[in-house]
Design a protein around this ligand. Structure first.
Ligand SMILES: [Zn+2]
Length: 431
């Protein structure tokens, strides 16, 4: 079976391509990327054609930070529904966080997740193992076992590793296994009971704040430990201006630090909380305009390596409660592209740089065999129309959960087809 994708603008940052090209896929792999009209399927059997006129054709997006809730919280999301949501957003690879029930802190849970992904998932799923047993922050997990079972990184996301000595040992071990540690940076003793950013808005609303220093201090500590132990640190969802500055300084020193930002942290500020919409409650919380400006500068100058959604599905019963009692987090897979394209419109970065942060850079950081359209590679491809205008409608989300603050937003940029190993796993026309 061969597929010809023609008339598109191919953007493949890893190979420095941004030009009108046709792409030929054969037996699930990239067979040719040529100037328009050069590839003929006339003599090819079983061929189909996708017309990508007005569209960008690029490597499938990679999201290194999602919560698919299985095992344990299948009413919020399953690996199957999460994969469908990802495909609808143009993602062909995701990495699932370990805060499931049971926690992914042992070989058997990693194996279960990966086998569910294989049988029920329509995209590539990678597993992130826990740093500590039960995410309790007391004893390290069996990192060797987790790696053996297929874990590609370690994180206690949602439950930051507070203990300094334990974190130091985690760096030492993860270094032996050559896998990065992903930290959710938050000093819990500073944020206890808080539900939004601490500042003038929280004071006006009468909500308990989470001070920005809670994030800054942990980023600083982790970089300080890393400098001593070696290993690799990936800072999850940076949201504060000081975090961006600290990562920039660490990179200037040559330390192996990378970081990600979630779209909501470069689109929204804590002003969005004023309506008490619990879909504006996430951790880290939405910060101030000044923080957002620093984040955009970090994206522009490369301090922020990648964009990751922190897709955190929650049921309506977790969110239709008083603001302080609502769960943290929002779904992100089906809104990431149009929100990222807003920054392309603002000229924060080019289309190619935006795609790079969603494809080849995450693949490089986490050592994944994905993220480019090199000849012979598995044909994981996203095809989107960057100018297609529509309004976000959460009721149409493929995710089981609808907790998004972007419902009703007018946006630009729609995924039309997603292919995994040459097979169409999502088409907008059918939905
Ligand atoms: Zn987190």
């Amino acid at each position: 079976m061969t597929v010809l994708i023609k008339n598109g603008r191919v953007i493949d940052p890893a190979n420095n391509i941004d030009a009108p090209k046709d792409v030929l896929i054969d037996k699930g792999k990239i067979k040719a990327v040529e100037s328009p009209g050069k590839i003929s399927t006339g003599d090819l059997k079983n061929s189909s054609t996708i017309d990508a006129k007005d569209c960008v054709v690029c490597p499938g997006f990679i999201d290194m930070h999602v919560h698919f809730r299985e095992p344990g919280f299948e009413y919020k999301e399953t690996i199957e529904s999460g994969c469908q949501s990802a495909a609808a957003g143009g993602f062909t690879s995701v990495a699932v966080m370990p805060n499931t029930n049971p926690v992914n802190d042992t070989r058997s849970v990693t194996e279960l997740m990966l086998s569910l992904a294989k049988t029920k998932g329509i995209i590539n799923v990678y597993a992130i193992g826990a740093i500590t047993q039960g995410l309790a922050g007391e004893r390290l997990s069996e990192m060797a076992d987790l790696k053996d079972a297929g874990a590609i990184a370690f994180s206690d996301d949602g439950c930051p590793v507070m203990n300094n000595e334990l974190m130091r040992r985690a760096f030492e071990y993860s270094k032996m296994f050559k896998l990065p540690l992903i930290q959710h940076s938050e000093m819990l003793d500073l944020t206890e009971g808080g539900c939004m950013n601490e500042g003038t808005v929280s004071t006006e609303l009468g909500l308990k704040g989470m001070p920005v220093e809670a994030e800054d201090i942990m980023v600083y500590r982790d970089i300080a430990l890393l400098e001593k132990t070696g290993g690799r640190l990936h800072v999850a969802h940076v949201s504060s201006r000081n975090s961006v500055d600290l990562v920039r300084q660490a990179k200037a020193k040559g330390l192996p630090v990378t970081c990600e930002v979630a779209p909501h942290h470069f689109i929204l500020t804590d002003e969005a909380v004023r309506g008490y919409d619990t879909n504006t409650k996430m951790s880290p919380p939405l910060r101030t305009r000044k923080d957002v400006e620093h984040i955009k500068e970090g994206l522009r100058d490369g301090t922020i390596d990648i964009i990751a959604t922190d897709h955190a599905p929650h049921d309506i019963t977790d969110k239709q409660v008083e603001y302080q009692n609502a769960c943290f987090g929002i779904v992100g897979l089906e809104t990431a592209l149009p929100l990222t394209l807003k920054l392309v419109d603002e000229k924060i970065f080019s289309m190619s740089d935006a795609i790079k942060k969603l494809t080849s850079t995450p693949a490089d950081i986490f050592n994944l065999n994905a993220g480019n359209l090199s000849l012979g590679k598995g044909a994981d491809i996203s095809i989107f129309n960057p100018d297609f205008k529509y309004s976000i409608n959460v009721s149409k989300f493929h995710s089981k959960s609808k907790n998004s603050p972007f419902d009703g937003w007018q946006v630009k940029g729609k995924v039309l087809h997603t292919l995994v190993r040459g097979k169409i796993v999502y088409s907008a026309a059918e939905n």
